[in-house]
Ligand binder design. Structure first.
Ligand SMILES: [Zn+2]
Length: 887
């Protein structure tokens, strides 16, 4: 261990800034190699800052050309400058203006942070700390300034010039090939929300009239020729704008709202004020080129970034430790938006799947951290499932605890109180303390304590006394830096199901010490606040099945004493769809874990048959196709591995899952064949939830049929592949073919490539399907594909589609016992790190589960991590992940 860590940033060290920047005037002259940035900063001392403190501005790889103070050149003896820091030792006491001139080379910027080139356009990415790559600045989110931005460029090269806020002026520069545009953003904002775009781009436009009757001009900018592919994104944007008005009373506040799609982007999208910049993957869609999942992703991400206008932009974060304040809340809001647009139950199930697959895995390994961490070395590494997905769960849990109306009043108060400020988690919670009258200090522990709590429920029934006793307990295992865990407040939505499948009313009496309260029972939500709780239900006629964690009311791992028969009954009858799905998953997990451990199941053939029957009923009625598809989809290999927890053998996990899929396909073959046939849609493609749900079920049926019978599966998949009229069905068929070794697979892959060569986003799907083939030989295939024209190491989407998919989506080959998968990812990380450390670090985080593997796999994984750790000149991003993975 290092004794001191100069890079470590601590929440406890937060201090208000010594200076404030009220206004920023930027003048940016775009040039591929020599861009000039002049920034005029209106500075003053912060009344609550340290008296007499020097002015320290952040930079990153900057080249200073000149600096003036109140219009006069600043003598070089008065300041010190390096590419990373500008120090003005004795700045004036009175407010002053500092003008700084910088030269940048956007074409050399491969980190895709700051100002860079994507294709033929200039664009920016400033969150978290990219603005310091554009000019020296107080690069911290609690510096809120009003920006005026003048952009100048060659008229031919960049006819479109955009920045934040409203357009003020534009024109030609006489006697030159240049033109300019001036933008003014009246809303004070942190510099991470600054954005600029310049390029020759196509545009689709529309308008939106807000609830108070203001007209807003909307535009989406894409590469020429892609305009028709942006129509769905525009539609999603308008729906999101309307939804924020009706659901939260939030109105849009500028005259224009612009979205630009770029092909080189480290993340999904960025919510810059009035000028969202998107990875084109989340903008472009046509039925022939995008799947239902792509459409759903576009709808969600468009909404997410738009909804940030209030939760993130109008109210921003005081410091980066508060990242969950904007991300957790905005993910919660985008989930609610989607639930209102589509099926609420199916949306909830999808959210839970993501949470378990990504966040629970993170929590179970060396990269576990709390939703609001206490320290970080590289903030880019904290854009995680924990901050986003678990952060959203905390908001949802708060809503369950205080109730819907109180939650609505609390959030309204938050908007009223914190608008225009850089806020903290405490500011947020304080609003709900006011609206609910509750002390939320215990709830706040969820933000500080990492790890997934296990909640165990044991029920015993006394048939003579007609009582049901619940013993509920919680436990959270240690995580890095947090050896001792305290009990949390856990809301458990609960219901009782009688033997005939009907719901029983909740009647309970308060046990001598701690029973349930009347309010808990009327809401159907028990609050677990201590390590253990004991509740007695009276007047229970027969032994009921206890349905807990309905709607997944808390982000916990449930350990149930339910019998197999209980789970089967729940799967068939629970009135809560999320709980039904959950019961099916739990039952399947029992079978899968036993099979993967090669411990013979208690040979409970009767319950297996009953489970099969319950599934058959669900399939046969299938009144909600996307729900049925979710019930038929087994837990992922990663989920099963996490459930096993230690000494995992991914081959055994894979084989167990394959075998259960085959059993399901065989047992339900008649029903599945019928579904696959009847759900065939001759109607023109529509991306709406109902049609997408039918396709999801049809393709799930195809997948299970193929799992049970290679030859029949291949025939069906081949026919579907050839006849498909939309990308959803074609990719689903290709996915099935990819799992069956042989000529048909290679032919279909060749055919797909020929059809779509040149359409990078479609070819990404082709790369991914090959990267996740679970069979031997995949690594060679991935290496071959890396050398092909379809791939580029410089583009994050390609890297994620091929290498990222292999690391995160191919449990078997990534964790190959000879260590070849680990070595390969290690090589890629080292190759990528000097060019794009953020994407390299993300790739390396695939090792987060290495400690739960069996020893023969753990050894090569550790060796690869050590090899990376020992490398010279690693980026802080990759060093941070390597160190934490090995700690
Ligand atoms: Zn976000």
């Amino acid at each position: 261990m290092r004794t001191e860590d100069p890079q470590l940033v601590r929440l406890a060290d937060y201090r208000p800034p010594d200076f404030l920047i009220d206004r920023v005037a930027l003048d940016i002259k775009l040039d591929q190699k020599k861009t000039r940035v002049t920034s005029r900063l209106s500075l003053r001392r912060n009344p609550i800052g340290r008296a007499g403190a020097p002015l320290l501005l952040d930079g990153d790889e900057l080249l200073l050309l000149g600096v003036t103070l109140d219009g006069q050149p600043l003598d070089t003896s008065r300041y010190a400058v390096t590419p990373e820091k500008f120090t003005f030792a004795e700045p004036p006491e009175a407010p002053f203006e500092l003008e700084i001139e910088i030269e940048l080379d956007p074409s050399a910027n491969t980190k895709l942070m700051g100002l860079y080139r994507s294709g033929s356009a200039y664009c920016t990415q400033c969150e978290a700390e990219g603005f310091r790559r554009i000019t020296y600045f107080l690069d911290r989110p609690d510096i809120l300034s009003v920006y005026t931005t003048r952009v100048q460029a060659d008229r031919k090269e960049a006819p479109v010039l955009l920045s934040n806020g409203n357009p003020v002026e534009h024109g030609d520069i006489p006697n030159s090939s240049m033109h300019y545009a001036i933008w003014y953003d009246p809303f004070p904002k942190p510099c991470y929300l600054f954005a600029l775009v310049g390029g020759d781009l196509g545009r689709i436009g529309d308008t939106f009239t807000t609830m108070s009757g203001r007209k807003v001009d909307l535009a989406i900018y894409v590469e020429h020729g892609n305009e028709p592919r942006a129509a769905y994104a525009m539609d999603a944007l308008k729906r999101a704008m309307r939804w924020d008005e009706t659901a939260y009373g939030r109105e849009y506040d500028l005259d224009v709202f612009n979205i630009v799609a770029v092909s080189d982007f480290n993340m999904g999208a960025m919510e810059n004020k009035g000028l969202n910049i998107f990875n084109d993957k989340y903008v472009l869609a046509l039925p022939e080129t995008a799947t239902d999942a792509d459409y759903a992703g576009i709808e969600r991400v468009i909404a997410h970034e738009y909804l940030h206008n209030w939760t993130g932009n109008r109210i921003t974060c005081r410091d980066w430790f508060q990242l969950c304040l904007k991300e957790g809340l905005t993910v919660f809001r985008d989930q609610e938006f989607t639930a209102d647009q589509r099926s609420r139950a199916v949306q909830r199930i999808a959210d839970v799947r993501t949470l378990r697959g990504q966040q629970f895995s993170e929590d179970a390994g060396p990269l576990a951290h709390s939703v609001r961490p206490d320290t970080y070395r590289e903030i880019n590494n904290f854009y995680t499932a924990t901050v986003y997905e678990k952060g959203a769960e905390l908001v949802r849990m708060l809503k369950v605890l205080v109730g819907e109306d109180t939650f609505a009043r609390g959030i309204k108060l938050y908007f009223a109180r914190c608008d225009g400020t850089a806020a903290t988690v405490e500011d947020f919670l304080a609003c709900f303390e006011v609206s609910s009258g509750r002390d939320l200090s215990h709830f706040a522990l969820w933000y500080k304590q990492a790890g997934t709590p296990s909640v165990a429920i044991a029920s015993t029934c006394d048939e003579r006394a007609k009582t049901l006793t619940l013993e509920i307990s919680q436990d959270t295992r240690p995580t890095p830096g947090q050896p001792d865990k305290k009990p949390l407040i856990v809301p458990l939505a609960i219901g009782l199901i009688g033997a005939n499948g009907a719901a029983l009313p909740l009647k309970a009496e308060v046990d001598a010490f701690d029973g349930a309260t009347q309010s808990e029972l009327s809401r159907g939500v028990l609050e677990l606040t201590t390590a253990r709780r004991h509740i007695v239900f009276r007047e229970i006629p027969d032994r009921p099945v206890v349905s807990v964690l309905r709607g997944f009311s808390a982000p916990v791992q449930l350990v149930q004493s339910a019998t197999d028969e209980d789970l089967v009954l729940q799967c068939a009858c629970d009135s809560d769809r999320c709980a039904r799905w959950q019961a099916a998953q739990s039952y399947a997990t029992r079978l899968l874990v036993a099979a993967a451990r090669q411990t013979p199941v208690g040979a409970n053939q009767a319950s297996i048959a009953a489970f099969g029957e319950a599934l058959r009923q669900i399939v046969a009625t299938s009144d909600d196709p996307p729900f049925t598809a979710q019930v038929l989809t087994l837990p992922s290999e990663a989920d099963i591995a996490r459930e096993i927890g230690e000494n995992v053998d991914p081959d055994a996990v894979y084989l167990a899952r394959q075998s259960l899929r085959a059993d399901m396909g065989r047992a339900l073959s008649r029903e599945l064949t019928r579904l696959h046939r009847d759900l065939d849609q001759n109607a023109p493609y529509s991306p709406d939830a109902r049609s997408a749900g039918r396709r999801a079920l049809r393709n799930t049926a195809l997948d299970l049929l193929a799992a049970s019978d290679d030859a029949a599966g291949m025939r069906l998949a081949k026919a579907q592949f050839d006849a498909a009229t939309n990308m959803t069905d074609r990719v689903a068929a290709l996915g099935v073919l990819c799992l069956i070794e042989g000529e048909a697979r290679e032919e279909a892959l060749d055919d797909f490539y020929k059809r779509y060569a040149g359409d990078a986003l479609v070819i990404d799907k082709w790369l991914t399907l090959q990267a996740i083939i679970p069979h031997a030989g995949t690594l060679d295939r991935v290496r071959r594909l890396m050398r092909s024209d379809a791939f580029s190491m410089g583009n994050p989407n390609r890297v994620r589609a091929l290498i990222g998919a292999f690391a995160a989506g191919n449990q078997r080959q990534f964790n190959a016992p000879d260590g070849s998968g680990y070595e390969f990812i290690g090589e890629c990380v080292l190759l990528l790190d000097p060019k794009n450390p953020q994407v390299a670090a993300r790739l390396l985080s695939a090792f987060r589960t290495w400690r739960m593997m069996e020893p023969k796999r753990r050894r090569p994984a550790e060796a690869t991590l050590q090899h990376i750790q020992a490398a010279q000149s690693l980026s802080p991003d990759v060093r941070d992940i390597a160190d934490r993975s090995l700690a």
